[in-house]
Design a protein around this ligand. Structure first.
Ligand code: HEC
Length: 409
């Protein structure tokens, strides 16, 4: 291999006399932009492009890590994302998406102009691209400043009271405000296992210290479907006269993403559980008060409760579990538990993207200055071409970010 390279001289071998002789005529015709270690402009262009693509590959890895974090957190707590996303302004997000797509068009046109030596148009389209990039950042600034003002940020600040007048997510319609179809027990089972099982057990047997038995509950048996939907929607506070355990039943079991029809499906599944319970003899150790799970396998420890908007009767200082203490944001009464995770991911991803937009603007400004000096033309347009490649990937990242963050509720 080494030998093969050594034996294929790229330039004719020179003798000592040739070195001391004046440079051959071809040398003086080397274009000014051609670096000394390249044979010709084409080779230089290809090398620069390859370098750019390698850099872009590292960019994909960088953002890829954040997209992985997004995927993991969202699959674990889809309800946090659905909730958090309601704080984002879809109108500004849409405008920014359009602005960035336009900027990609003007940047591609700039490359076209550079290749054809249209200098005035090149300057114009680079200036337009710069303007669109600045628009994007301006809109991002508006969005960010609203969020900082309302404490809609990452970390524990999210749970600090932002004071009166702060924006919250738009209120949801009461589930029972719309006419509901009879529930589907199959769909209800899936929803039940996702939201209610952690306290009420997989077959409604009730987990001691977490939730009451539902399969044998006469409260469930005696109430009609609409009444039960209304009950689950509201939950049961500690101070409720019907409360027997001294524990809170969170509105919608702590999962505000459940819609009215979902609750109907869950109620249909509760009916199935009740029928099963009626046709079996209760285990000997079961009491009318509380059914001890029949499984010999210990119930798994309750995971973090995920999103939970707690009602006014729940005082985070008084009711916080001793082991976590009142400072634990999961027991905050004002803002739902763990919702700050969404904003951590939102700011990490859009912030990193914003830094890339700033870097792109620096590059575009540099290209603009050079194109005004007439540096680019059909013979040399590498910087414009590579700058455009970078700008397209910055746009592409946003094309993914926008739906994944703004359009998921
Ligand atoms: C974080 C734990 C928790 C989750 C999750 C939860 N519940 Fe409950 N639920 C409770 C507790 C605690 C009670 C009992 C409150 C009391 O003492 O009356 C209760 C009571 C109930 C009751 C009244 C039972 C009776 O006999 O009075 C129903 C019905 C009910 N839950 C349905 C649901 C449904 C449906 C879901 C899922 C959407 C759900 N719960 C999710 C904790 C939970």
């Amino acid at each position: 291999m080494t030998q093969a390279i050594a034996m294929t001289p790229v330039t004719p071998a020179r003798t000592t006399t040739e070195v001391s002789a004046p440079p051959p005529a071809g040398r003086s015709r080397r274009p000014a932009h051609l670096a000394h270690h390249f044979d010709n402009p084409r080779q230089q262009f290809e090398a620069a492009r390859l370098g750019m693509w390698m850099f872009l590959a590292t960019e994909v890895l960088l953002f890829g890590g954040l997209f992985c974090a997004y995927a993991v957190f969202r699959s674990n707590h889809a309800e946090l994302f659905a909730y958090g996303s309601r704080f984002l302004d879809t109108t500004w997000g849409t405008i920014n998406t359009v602005v960035l797509i336009l900027s990609s068009v003007t940047m591609a046109t700039a490359v076209w102009c550079a290749q054809r030596g249209r200098r005035r148009e090149l300057v114009l389209f680079l200036a337009l691209t710069f303007m669109f990039a600045a628009d994007f950042l301006g809109i991002k600034y508006i969005e960010y400043s609203h969020k900082f003002h309302d404490n809609v940020v990452w970390g524990l600040t999210f749970y600090e009271d932002p004071g009166p007048g702060a924006a919250g997510p738009p209120a949801q319609e009461p589930a029972t405000a719309v006419a509901l179809e009879p529930g589907d027990a199959g769909a209800g089972r899936t929803l039940y296992l996702r939201t209610c099982m952690s306290c009420h057990g997989a077959s409604g047997e009730g987990l001691p210290g977490l939730g009451m038995p539902l399969r044998s509950s006469s409260f469930v048996a005696d109430m009609d479907d609409a009444g039960l939907v209304r009950f689950v929607e509201k939950g049961r506070a500690k101070s409720d006269p019907l409360n027997t355990t001294g524990m809170v039943m969170l509105p919608k079991g702590g999962n505000p993403s459940l819609k009215g029809q979902d609750l109907m499906d869950i109620v249909a599944f509760l009916r199935v559980l009740q029928e099963q319970s009626a046709s079996e003899t209760p285990p000997a150790h079961a009491t009318a008060e509380f059914v001890i799970p029949t499984s010999t396998i210990a119930a798994p420890p309750a995971g973090p409760p995920g999103l939970a908007r707690l009602d006014d009767d729940f005082n985070p200082i008084r009711d916080a579990p001793a082991e976590t203490g009142p400072q634990d944001p999961r027991y905050d009464a004002v803002r739902p538990a763990n919702a700050h995770v969404f904003f951590g991911i939102y700011f990490a991803m859009t912030g990193l993207h914003g830094l890339h937009v700033i870097a792109g603007m620096v590059v575009i400004a540099w290209l603009l200055v050079r194109s005004m000096k007439g540096h680019f033309g059909p013979g040399y347009f590498t910087p414009v071409d590579l700058g455009a490649l970078y700008w397209h990937i910055v746009d592409l990242v946003w094309i993914f970010l926008f739906p994944l963050l703004y359009l998921i509720h």
